[in-house]
Design a protein around this ligand. Structure first.
Ligand code: KG4
Ligand code: ZN
Length: 340
């Protein structure tokens, strides 16, 4: 018998619902929140209000697109953290009420674990190879940057992490300095594709072990731009594509360098990426090159499963359902990562 899972994601500024039939995605609906654009970042109170508005229509659409009735669902999985508490509360409260009313199991899901397990989501007529254990996963999102060793679906060890900003923040904050709207990561990526990545050099951090730091890079970019803009007020506009390409290359070089160290240290050559920044064309290209030059086996998720989405919550819920790992109605969301 097939298992149908409804997944709900509401940790930040995207409201998403997905239906999975075993590991196959039947629908994956995402409602973005444009309301934050003019503030240059996510405003928590506005995010939770938008989730409240979006959650029912998004779930109804997910059921409709999957062409299933809610009575067919076996369980409901939801993001329990980390994220913005007000946003998480919307998904958590809905999931609890839905589980109670439908008399089906409630399954809490960790957002970061879900980003990694997104690699196991399959699409009909488009079956792809999935990583085998153990593998390394670089999580690069707006809030996190970690290298995780995955020994099985639920045994994960963080072997490196950022000591300050996340990779997504490095993109977004650099974009802000260039006057680009939030979130700036995709725009830097777009301009970088037609720019010269060797034109400008920025300071790269020296952080021990497998840890990362991005705050110095942001300061280095800010001072450089301030200095050049005094000499030439049109500096940013004139060199926009070269600046984006150079910033992107610097961030990618930092990430790849640490991944190389992680592969060397663990002897594991299966390398996956996850999280919003894995949509970046530069990191994708750099990793595919490593496949040729250093015989890594690289796993890159499809765009729709890189940024926040509920299919990744549903697949994590599916694996937990198979092991009968359910949550109680007393569960409450958490804002900070529980991974050590
Ligand atoms: O995983 P995600 O959707 O949300 C979090 O859990 O944080 O990641 C969002 C981050 C943002 O910082 C955004 O700028 C970045 O992913 N991002 C990108 C690209 N697409 C999204 N960064 C660089 N290049 C991209 N193409
Ligand atoms: Zn995320």
């Amino acid at each position: 018998m097939n298992t149908y899972i409804l997944g709900i994601e509401s940790s930040c500024d995207d409201t998403s619902a997905a239906i999975l039939k075993d590991t196959f995605v039947l629908s994956n609906i995402i409602a973005n929140q444009d309301v934050h654009k003019k503030y240059g970042g996510v405003v928590p109170e506005l995010a939770s209000r938008a989730h409240q508005k979006n959650i029912i229509p998004v779930i109804e659409q997910a059921l409709k697109d999957a062409n299933i009735n809610k009575k067919q669902l076996h369980a409901i999985a939801f993001t329990n953290g980390p994220g913005l508490l007000g946003s998480l509360l919307v998904g958590t409260s809905f999931a609890k009420a839905f589980a109670l009313a439908s008399n089906i199991p409630l399954i809490e899901v960790d957002h970061l674990q879900a980003h990694i397990l997104a690699h196991f989501v399959q699409q009909e007529n488009k079956i792809k190879p999935t990583p085998t254990f153990p593998f390394l996963c670089l999580i690069i999102s707006g809030g996190h940057t970690q290298i995780v060793k995955m020994d099985d679906y639920f045994t994960m060890t963080v072997i490196g992490k950022t000591i300050d900003d996340a990779a997504g923040e490095a993109f977004d904050k650099s974009a802000k300095i260039l006057g680009l709207p939030y979130p700036g990561g995709p725009l830097i990526d777009k301009y970088a594709q037609i720019g010269n990545s060797e034109k400008f050099k920025f300071a790269t951090p020296s952080v021990p072990n497998l840890n990362f730091s991005f705050s110095g890079l942001k300061t280095s970019i800010l001072y450089f731009i301030q200095k050049e803009t005094i000499k030439n007020p049109d500096f940013i506009e004139t060199y926009k594509t070269d600046l984006c390409a150079s910033i992107q290359k610097t961030i990618i070089d930092i990430l790849i360098h640490k991944l190389e160290k992680a592969v060397k240290k663990t002897g594991i050559k299966q390398v996956a990426i996850a999280g919003g920044v894995s949509a970046n064309s530069g990191i994708r290209k750099a990793l595919l090159e490593k496949q040729n030059t250093d015989s890594w086996k690289v796993y890159i998720p499809e765009f729709q499963f890189c940024t926040d989405n509920a299919a990744m919550i549903a697949i994590t819920g599916y694996f937990k359902y198979k092991q009968k790992v359910f949550s109680s109605q007393n569960i409450s969301p958490y804002s900070r990562s529980s991974f050590k």
